[in-house]
Design a protein around this ligand. Sequence first.
Ligand SMILES: NC(=O)c1ccc[n+]([C@@H]2O[C@H](COP(=O)([O-])OP(=O)(O)OC[C@H]3O[C@@H](n4cnc5c(N)ncnc54)[C@H](OP(=O)(O)O)[C@@H]3O)[C@@H](O)[C@H]2O)c1
Length: 317
Amino acid sequence: MKALYFEEFGGSDVLQYGELPKPVISEKEVLVKVDYIGLNFADIYRRRGEYHIENHVPFINGYEGAGSIVAIGEKVTKQKVGESVLFVDVPLANAEYVAVPSDQAISLPAGIDSKLAASIGLQGMTADFLAHDLGKNSPGEKVFITGISGGVGQILSQILAADGIEVYGAASSVEKQALALSHGAKQVYPSRETFWAKTIEGQFATAYDGVGSTIQQSLDLIKHRGKVVFFGMAGGNPIKIDPVALMSESKSILTGDLWDYLTSYEERKVRSERLFSYFAKGKIEISEPTVFSLHDGKKAHEFLETGKSIGKILLKP
Ligand SMILES: NC(=O)c1ccc[n+]([C@@H]2O[C@H](COP(=O)([O-])OP(=O)(O)OC[C@H]3O[C@@H](n4cnc5c(N)ncnc54)[C@H](OP(=O)(O)O)[C@@H]3O)[C@@H](O)[C@H]2O)c1
């Protein structure tokens, strides 16, 4: 099969495209012929050797993709050959075929094709647990989202707006601000400036912060008894926070990692069905993904590293 792989860590130049052996599935795995692979910043960190990657010779990047099942192991009961599935946490995905543990294969309902699934998988499942397991906001509450036009931010803002919550946020360019407003945000502030923050301090029930460097601003934006849902460092590491200062204003910080919320087949099923239902009801629109052929994986990595992409970047074997 064709695959994108590398033998040493480094810049995009280490990526090679060529023929590697097709995976052999075990009795509890399904073999997926991949239609689209999701490219994420974590893949850049893995290529550079800065993040955990599956031990394999040569290294094959990628943990997220969607396609159809072409073979099943002897003990697989949950899936059938021909079914379309998504996976978000399975290694060696930068390839034509991927061996996916049956428990990690997420069935796609009618109306969610493999291109949409690969475009929303990881970020959508993240937005779902942030909103429904951590934020748990009630209709009418006001929330703030840093990086509102990013991959997670776009889906999170629309889930919350569809749930009747008033969404505010910050994004860098006028184009990104307009995108967030078109997704139902009430107001979007310029993320690389801070003059506006003082004017809206103490107003929000929750601040969702995946930017990290903005954590003090997020704490200032929430009310007493409010919470910051902290989930990433896209803009740099957060400062150290003093819990005594938090206590004096009854403010809390909640954190979470998707992998602690996708620990069983049942959890994947419940969460993915809830996420897909927003798309089925037409409640979420996402920017058109940019598709590169797997052969052009180097160009795709370079494009992601520019930080200019708005929608998801997909690789097509
Ligand atoms: N905890 C989890 O389980 C989990 C799962 C998935 C992702 N994440 C994390 O979630 C975050 C967002 O992921 P994503 O896939 O949505 O990434 P993304 O599409 O790259 O979005 C990140 C956003 O951060 C904003 N940003 C970057 N630098 C900034 C800065 N200096 N100041 C303010 N805003 C800045 C950018 O928006 P502007 O350019 O518009 O400002 C960008 O839209 C990342 O930190 C990622 O690691 C966490």
